[in-house]
Design a protein around this ligand. Structure first.
Ligand code: NAD
Ligand code: IPM
Ligand code: MN
Length: 359
């Protein structure tokens, strides 16, 4: 049966990188027999401009009717002063929450060809293959109450609530243990249990769950130490599971280990395998419209979509291998460019991946 993919380019470099990822999807459909159809929708600032809302009802409806969503990025300085519910980021957060995409997989893999692009010593990052499992629909991002109020002293105070229920922790914990079981068998749960009750419960529930996964080696680490360990000796990790905000921060740090944030894809999954796929980076307003964005994180997100939502693991492997061959050939967007490699635009990089896919 034909599977439908909703494409949401969004803002900034979003449309540029998504164009390249769609070229890859088109090539898979036309030449590799992938039975898909794509529909396009509005999200973020683009949706606000056209419809007055960052997540129009029509977009949400199309997302619900699709087998997978491919998203570029949202946000930009021109929308920062809007009321919070109208800001582009709310479009993304709304999709995650409405579709119950609680499990966010963020693999950080160093392509050997990019060892020199990393700002860390090659021996520290060589062979790096870790995955951060980030809780995506709870924690301080969604906890109530939240807002800005006037306190007793008559000054404004901003407040958010860091809250996790047992069941929220358990369901992300299961995804993480299952992921570890299929990989290196090691899971590190990252929290701030020494200070925050919400993560003390996190640690307890993850520890209880461990009884069901005795074959997985479990460790716990405070998030401040984890940030340091990620840049000190990143290969000590296999699978990391953590809360929404900690995962957001740690995954940007992990991205740089691989040479550039433009290399890191992600999958956001719900309980029945529907998924949204997006690079972990943002709309990069500083380079938007210049053809300078690295489209590989988005193209690698297509590979994750093929694997997790479309039931096409062999094509996922093919896309990843094509990316590897393009890097072998020396082509680099500015973020990963260094002496001895060939500078490419966003479109040249996408075209090169499509060309490699044909082989
Ligand atoms: P960012 O990830 O957009 O950019 C950080 C830095 O990385 C910039 O220097 C940018 O040029 C660079 N960069 C990012 N992606 C790149 C790519 N593919 N190729 C080359 N360089 C790349 O983060 P920011 O600047 O903090 O945020 C900008 C906007 O994006 C904000 O409005 C923010 O809310 C939004 N944002 C959206 C998402 C998302 O849609 N998933 C994620 C993060 C940030
Ligand atoms: C990400 C982004 C988002 C997040 C923002 C844009 C809401 O930083 O996908 O990593 O914080 O989750
Ligand atoms: Mn982020």
């Amino acid at each position: 049966m034909t599977q439908q993919i909703l494409v949401l380019p969004g803002d900034g470099i979003g449309p540029e990188i998504v164009t390249e990822a769609v070229k890859v999807l088109d090539a898979l459909r036309d030449r590799h027999g992938l039975d898909i159809t794509t529909v396009e929708g509005l999200v973020g600032g683009a949706a606000y401009e056209a419809e007055g809302h960052p997540l129009p009802e029509e977009t949400l409806q199309m997302a619900r009717e699709s087998n997978a969503v491919l998203l570029g990025a949202v946000g930009g300085p021109q929308w920062e002063a809007l009321d919070r519910p109208l800001r582009p980021e709310q479009g993304l957060l709304g999709l995650r929450s409405e579709l119950e995409l609680f499990a966010n997989l963020r693999p950080a893999i160093l392509y050997p060809q990019l060892a020199e692009a990393s700002t860390l010593k090659p021996e520290v990052v060589a062979g790096l293959d870790i995955i951060i499992v980030r809780e995506l629909t709870g924690g301080i991002y969604f906890g109530q109450p939240r807002g800005v109020r006037t306190n007793a002293a008559g000054e404004r105070e901003g407040y958010n609530t860091f809250v996790y229920s047992e069941s929220e922790i358990r369901r992300i914990g299961r995804v993480a243990f299952e992921t570890a079981r299929r990989r290196g068998g090691r899971l590190c749960s990252v929290d701030k249990a020494n200070v925050l009750e919400a993560t003390e419960l996190w640690r307890q529930v993850i520890t209880e769950l461990h009884a069901e996964y005795p074959d997985v080696e479990l460790s716990h680490m405070y998030v401040d130490n984890a940030a340091m360990q990620l840049v000190r000796e990143p290969k000590q990790f296999d699978v990391v599971v953590t809360s929404n905000m900690f995962g957001d921060i740690l995954s940007d740090a992990a991205a740089q280990l691989t040479g550039s944030i433009g290399m890191l894809p992600s999958a956001s999954l719900n309980a029945d395998g529907t998924g949204m796929y997006e690079p972990i980076h943002g709309s990069a307003p500083d380079i938007a419209g210049q053809g300078a964005a690295n489209p590989l994180a988005t193209i690698l997100s297509v590979a994750m979509m093929l694997r997790h939502s479309l039931g096409a693991p062999a094509l996922a492997d093919a896309v990843e291998a094509a990316v590897g061959r393009v890097l072998d050939g020396g082509l680099r967007t500015p973020d990963i460019h260094y002496a001895g490699t060939t500078r490419a635009t966003t479109a040249e990089m996408g075209d090169a991946v499509v060309a490699e896919l044909k082989q």
